[in-house]
Design a protein around this ligand. Sequence first.
Ligand SMILES: [Zn+2]
Ligand SMILES: [Zn+2]
Length: 451
Amino acid sequence: MLYTDLNKAIDVGSSAHLIEFGPFKALVDCGMHPKKLGFDALPDLSKIPDDSLDFIAITHAHLDHCGALPVLIRRQNSARVLVSEDSRELMFKMLRNSRSVMVRQRQEKDIKEYPLFDNSQLDKIAQQLTPMAFNRERVFELNGSRVSITFTPSGHIPGAASITFEYNKKKYMFSGDISFHDTNLLKGAKPTDDTVDILVVETTRGAREKRVFEDHPSEEERLIGEIARVIEDGGNVLIPSFALGRMQEVLLIIAKGKERKAIPAQTPVFIGGLAVDIAEHLIKLSKTSAYVNFSKKTLESAHVLREKMEPGKDFDEKGIYVLGSGMMVENTPAYVAASCVMGSSANAIFLVGYCDPETPAAKLLKTHTGDDFAFRDLFYIGQVNCRVDKFDLTSHADREEILDFILRKDPRCVVLTHGSEESRQWFMYEILDRLPNTNVVIPEPLIPIEL
Ligand SMILES: [Zn+2]
Ligand SMILES: [Zn+2]
């Protein structure tokens, strides 16, 4: 197989793997870099000639895996777009939202090329789409050659898949973002024991030692306890959360806390924006998917935030505010809400996901009580008097769990992707130690390698 990593650097970046085997040419994922803007955020799509792809297979609906698909689809008229049945709607919701954000950023940041696509590209994706049921192998033929493709649930967010291509009795597996733990919202991946020839694997948490905190349930317990403490003391809790998956998981945890009477049942919970739309879709999905669990009752226990937020002015109504984005990116509801709750020592901001070091959430985590905090985009400087804490509710497997997964799959070749250089190095040495006959590859961006 000829493999090219089209992400432009060795980082988490924009997932896009070009593969060629026999007569087939496919791209696995077509993401946008979350920290870059404009054309810079795209993977190097110039390496893909017009109308050359047979398949574009998307692992999940996070934009770093599917955000650039509408740009690519313009030039790929015969490619089938493969996406899991559970991801299909979520992907379109994320892409539509991404377009609205670009329209806004065009004005705010004067990015001339935004938006990078319009609705006709989304229609084109829909026309070329082949939804894939989980765990059901599908065979495709081209010039007398056959490839079978299987999507298996990867436990990362609703709809997320690992994708396996089988060609000439060899299996090439792409883990996608993967998690093996069941959460309240989603069942974890349950990998099978069959081995693969080539494994392309994510390494997001490779630079993190085994969890400093305990496992998922106890982080969940700690979150319930800390929310209860703030509410009892008459404060507000802000939980910045990613709209797809994390926010619904947080709502389920709060509902559990209320059911157990740890959190007072009458405590109002406020949500907003894209998360409500996604939550409504997940209620529908729960009825057809064996992996997702989200009920109408849980959504109805929350209110859509109506109060107009003013920088620095605390919320009138005491409650729990679960707002996007998870990293408190500038100009998102969570960013403005942080300026509202930060000033009072009765309040708390609880972060529940990965925070890139450059984002406001990560900067906030480094502050001490009484520090000033500049909200540059709001022309406001607040003082950090509230509590700030972090809870590890990750939707990525630990590095030890991924290593076990690699050992179980016993591949002839492992390609380490979607992680920092340090993360990939850790995996490389561990694998070389344990699977001395396995070829371990840290792909050089944009350089084709014969695997
Ligand atoms: Zn993801
Ligand atoms: Zn990812």
